[in-house]
Design a binder for this molecule. Structure first.
Ligand code: SF4
Length: 483
């Protein structure tokens, strides 16, 4: 029988709750590579922040600064709080609510002048974006425990696990008599701690703590990198669970109708959904919705794919002109001159090809959300500051033109697929195969590890796969059965 053993942590309150059940059943299952890499990124982030924290007041400042490392120990944390230390690093606090015992790691506790403590949570998210219309309060990491908050123009971004960690820390401090009305988050910019209202986030913590724990597996996006997938997959297959085919909320409408297995969906004869369920059962990846498929062609065709590191910046604009893969890449710091210069080179080259084109011209990409974001965001950040960067208006005109074509839109208008219509699903049907299979999270790790050749090869494959799919679609998608 499932028994709770480990205290609840903030990340347990986010995403699949069945993980806790599986954790108790299979405690020796090692973490997945993805979660190990995530944990390592957090260890590195904490080390960067700890290295920035003050060790003494500035010259001439007569205050004392006592810094205590609690080394992840609850008793040491409480002792340090009682002693009035100015900075307590690697602290642990706990609590009990809604029948759940929880524990939270607090990277830094900062003593304020009134004797209360500000909890600071370090993470790898972007916790705020510059925004002149919004106001946020920040403390410089180098001045934590010494400085006063400053006001900056920035918009805070919420990440559930960080919010729950801040709310738990604040709640535990309140019970110990050290509460302050704020908490702070240090994200990708290690130099700034953004203040958040700790009272306002208590309600969402209560809702998360009160949510029920599921009694059976339901496939969701995060299953792809979850250590318990082999156990859950077996459980789901035994039930022929509908979430195997329709993960997350996509199966909800059928579950409400009492259809909980793939076979029930096939037998229900609901038309399109039943036909897709049948294709899923038979392993048929794509079906055609039209008599004959087509795709727009141009005299000069360029396929494009962008690679970004988290949301810090776009480091690679890959292009393929049907003969040559040409990457525009920077391995230097992002969000500054190197990224701007790389973007300017890419844009100048692309517009040069357009100028020189004899006949019609087209630029293609597969699902343009990322490319549109980085085109617009690069123009907004760098135009007027660095030479060769187009204006936001110029980029907007290009995106709206018929020279910028989203291959995914063409594919989804003409094909259907029980496994979705991602490039990784459709390109193999069109006869294109990747050298390496890398997902988004892995590409982040590869970027950090400096695996440049692998990233360039992967990006080249994405560009070439896009070209292969549109040509195949225009050739009538040979071999694809009708819906
Ligand atoms: S494999 Fe999926 S359903 Fe199972 S515990 Fe992990 S995330 Fe939850």
């Amino acid at each position: 029988m499932y028994q709770e053993e480990k205290p609840w942590a903030p990340h347990d309150l986010v995403g699949c709750r069945y993980r806790r059940v599986q954790q108790a059943r299979h405690p020796l299952t090692p973490p997945s590579e993805a979660s190990q890499a995530r944990a390592q990124r957090l260890v590195d982030a904490r080390a960067e922040v700890f290295a920035l924290l003050p060790t003494a007041p500035a010259k001439g400042d007569r205050r004392r600064l006592v810094r205590v490392d609690a080394r992840g120990d609850w008793f040491a944390t409480v002792e340090a709080l009682a002693s009035g230390a100015n900075l307590i690093t690697d602290a642990v606090l706990d609590g009990h609510d809604s029948g759940k015992y929880w524990e939270v790691h607090v990277d830094v506790l900062v003593r304020r002048d009134d004797g209360t403590y500000l909890p600071v949570i370090v993470n790898n998210h972007r916790v705020a974006r510059p925004d002149a219309r919004k106001k946020a309060q920040v403390l410089h990491t180098q001045r934590l425990g010494l400085g006063v908050p400053l006001q900056v123009g920035a918009k805070l971004r919420r990440h559930a696990a960080d919010t729950y960690a801040a709310a738990m820390a604040s709640r535990a401090l309140e019970r110990l008599g050290f509460s302050c009305p704020q908490a702070a988050l240090i994200g990708q910019n290690r130099e700034l701690a953004y203040l958040v209202d700790a009272t306002a986030i208590q309600h969402s913590l209560d809702s998360a703590l009160n949510a029920p724990t599921p009694t059976k597996a339901h496939r969701v996006k995060e299953c792809a990198s979850c250590r318990f997938w082999p156990f859950c997959e077996e459980e789901l297959q035994t039930r022929d669970d509908i979430s195997l085919m329709l993960p997350g909320g996509r199966s909800q409408i059928y579950l409400e109708e009492g259809i909980s297995s793939v076979q029930q969906l096939i037998d229900a004869n609901l038309g399109r959904p039943s036909r897709l369920a049948q294709a899923w059962r038979e392993g048929v990846p794509v079906l055609s919705k039209v008599e004959r498929t087509h795709h727009p062609r141009r005299d000069v065709e360029i396929d494009v794919d962008v690679e970004a590191y988290l949301d810090q910046g776009a480091y690679l604009w890959g292009t393929f002109d049907g003969e040559q893969y040409r990457p525009f890449v920077t391995w230097e710091g992002l969000d500054d001159e190197a990224e701007a210069a790389n973007f300017a080179q890419f844009w100048t080259w692309l517009m040069g090809r357009r100028e020189a084109a004899e006949g019609s011209f087209g630029v293609f990409c597969y699902s343009a959300h990322g490319e549109n974001h980085w085109l617009q965001f690069s123009a907004r950040r760098f135009h007027g500051k660095y030479p060769g960067v187009p204006s936001p208006e110029e980029v907007a005109a290009f995106i709206a033109s018929d020279e910028w074509i989203d291959v995914f839109q063409q594919v989804s208008a003409q094909l259907e697929g029980p496994f979705g219509l991602g490039l990784k699903v459709v390109a193999p049907v069109a006869g294109y195969h990747w050298k390496d299979d890398i997902d988004g999270e892995e590409s982040v790790n590869l970027y950090r590890a400096g695996a440049r050749e692998v990233l360039l090869d992967y990006n080249a494959d994405d560009c070439k796969a896009t070209a292969a799919v549109r040509r195949w679609l225009d050739a009538g998608a040979p071999g694809v059965p009708r819906m």
